[in-house]
Unconditional design. Structure first.
Length: 191
């Protein structure tokens, strides 16, 4: 029985050219997205969305963390992206850092996000999971495909173990102060 020839023959030179094009176009697209993000962050009303719901919000629901369940240890970690504003050849090689976003005034939120995301665009050094105390920054973070989670009333240190299992988080830092809130214990980091 004869086999049909490979319909697409690619030479090593073609593959190298495609890799160069991918790198060049990826960084160009990231730069365009970064410029769009900066324009949005300069809008003073960016985080001032006011929704008027007819009913009072329901009570806060404390869901179980599930970190003590043995099956949670075997679950695969979720992918944490760089977002659309940054580009590197191998994003999986960067560590995952959680950034606690406190419910603060709009100006402070815009300034601190601009500073962090500018550094991220210029020289990507990590993949971020934004831990939002309020829902105000969620639409913005989602537009630029940044990973986020709504904490509400939960304290970031209390969910650190779950974040470690779910996303592979190495540390948690405060967006406004830059303070280190939690870090993987050394015994865990070497395993």
């Amino acid at each position: 029985m004869a086999t049909s020839p490979d319909p697409i023959a690619t030479s090593p030179a073609t593959l190298r050219q495609l890799a160069r094009d991918n790198q060049e176009m990826g960084s160009r697209l990231a730069h365009l997205e970064f410029q769009a993000m900066i324009r949005e962050l300069r809008n003073p009303n960016l985080f001032d969305l006011r929704l008027d719901f007819p009913n009072d919000p329901g009570p806060w629901l404390d869901s179980p963390m599930l970190t003590e369940d043995p099956s949670s240890q075997r679950m695969p970690q979720l992918n944490v992206t760089l977002g659309k504003i940054a580009w590197v050849y191998d994003p999986a090689s960067l560590p995952v850092i959680a950034i606690f976003v406190p419910d603060t005034d709009s100006l402070k939120l815009r300034e601190t996000l601009e500073a962090l995301l500018t550094a991220h665009h210029t020289h990507p050094f990590a993949r971020f999971v934004f831990l939002c105390e309020s829902l105000r920054p969620v639409p913005f973070l989602g537009r630029f495909e940044l990973t986020y989670e709504h904490l509400g009333k939960l304290v970031p240190v209390d969910v650190a173990k779950r974040l470690r299992l779910r996303f592979g988080v190495q540390q948690i830092r405060d967006l406004v102060s830059g303070q280190l809130l939690w870090r993987v214990p050394r015994t865990v980091a070497t395993d």
